[in-house]
Design a protein around this ligand. Structure first.
Ligand code: LMR
Length: 407
């Protein structure tokens, strides 16, 4: 009966993580999947989350079904964090927010909504983008195209080309944008660039879909969400997916949110009801435990302040690792530039390390990067930094001496 089913070749990020876990080498380093490791090389359980877990456990509430859209406390917390304390759209009840299975669940739910209500719209993602964006949107039946983004020559953004592409899109095309800590490049648009993009989105009646998976890992929780507030101020209708996997270190709890900013309260109520229907069609209602942890933290001023400090700690450790790796690589390979390590932001650096060099790093040194050359800086610590810098330095020196002998 199932003979025609061919094996799934695996996911470029998740399969690599499995290979890493199986690697018997004790000094292996995981710089592939987006996981934040602390100074001791472990995935932290945040103190704010620990306190929340103690409260949740003491309350011993029944494990009942949640509503399709999640709990009111969680949804209100998502709106405050994503849109700010004083957002007109939220105040006017124009934002339909629903709890989702992580950021990926939010993207998928949003994609299902787009397919149903904008069946002729295609989605445009940055070139490059997170590997799974395409898979997820194609899975929902959308046509996926790219707009120019990363410029390898300048380590910047092909901004004129990006704008020129937006100018060619049919009205109601969906444009996926990342507000902070762009995955995989670590290159974000400036506020001026955002304003120019927002003007184009409005002029051409495009639908922004903002994917915020790393809020707090760039400049701060409020600062990183600035583009979302600017889109609200510009009066656009748009979708936002947000994830708590990274900033709460709650990867396995699958907690996130999808918010749709609408023109009025009635419209938002209809939109919410249709997204609820989408949840019922797929998985009925979201899980409870992670929501309780996040709601407890975000609805308590002291725990929120403690969490904010913990996010700041993760952010500054990532920045310190960026500087430390840059210094070591500059010393090891003086004829190559490594400023990109400190100009890119968030968990990821787009290193330009070539696929065959990535293979050497993995096979010879058990240092795991994605084959695109994306390196998760949040996997570095003082204990593995030298090993990584030596390995990367050796591989890059081999390239630079090969290019000298060729020329
Ligand atoms: C990543 O890009 O590594 C993360 O977002 C994790 C994932 O699911 O791919």
């Amino acid at each position: 009966m199932f003979e025609h089913v061919t094996p799934y070749p695996g996911d470029p990020i998740l399969s690599l993580f499995q290979d890493f876990q199986k690697d018997a080498q004790p000094r292996k380093v995981n710089l592939s999947i987006g996981l934040y490791y602390d100074e001791n090389g472990t995935i932290p359980v945040l103190s704010s989350v620990r306190s929340a877990a103690a409260r949740v456990s003491a309350a011993a509430a029944p494990h009942t079904y949640l509503p399709m859209e999640g709990t009111p406390a969680f949804r209100a917390a998502v709106q405050r964090l994503v849109f700010g304390d004083d957002c007109a759209a939220v105040r006017e009840q124009r934002v339909a927010t629903i709890q989702t299975l992580g950021g990926s669940g939010a993207l998928r739910l949003g994609a299902e909504f787009i397919k149903r209500y904008f069946p002729d719209s295609a989605i445009w993602v940055s070139d490059p983008t997170w590997d799974n964006h395409r898979v997820l949107f194609v899975g929902a039946g959308l046509d996926v195209h790219t707009y120019p983004y990363y410029d390898r020559e300048t380590n910047g953004i092909r901004f004129d080309d990006l704008l020129a592409t937006l100018d060619t899109l049919p009205a109601r095309s969906v444009v996926l944008l990342q507000p902070c800590c762009h995955n995989p490049t670590g290159i974000d648009m400036t506020r001026e660039q955002w304003q120019a993009v927002i003007a184009r989105l409005r002029q051409r009646q495009l639908i922004p879909f903002v994917d915020m998976a790393y809020q707090g890992f760039g400049d701060g929780l409020v600062e990183d969400a600035w583009p979302i507030r600017a889109l609200c101020d510009a009066g656009l209708a748009f979708l936002v997916s947000n994830s708590f996997s990274k900033n709460f270190s709650l990867y396995g709890e699958r907690c996130g949110g999808l918010s749709l900013v609408c023109a009025g309260e009635r419209e938002a109520a209809s939109v919410l009801s249709q997204v609820q229907a989408g949840v019922r069609r797929m998985y009925s209602s979201p899980p409870l435990h992670g929501t309780q942890l996040i709601s407890t933290v975000l609805n308590d001023a002291d725990l929120t302040a403690q969490w904010d400090t913990e996010v700041a700690g993760m952010r500054s450790r990532i920045k310190r690792m960026r500087t430390a790796l840059r210094e070591r690589l500059e010393a090891a390979v003086p004829d190559m530039g490594f400023d990109y390590l400190t100009t890119q932001r968030g968990m990821f650096s787009y290193t330009g390390i070539l696929p065959h060099e990535v293979d050497v790093l993995r096979e010879r040194y058990s240092v795991y990067l994605l084959r695109s050359g994306r390196l998760c800086v949040a996997g570095l610590n003082d204990a593995n930094l030298d090993l990584v810098a030596d390995a990367v330095g050796t591989v890059l020196k081999a390239r630079s001496s090969a290019s000298v002998s060729l020329s």
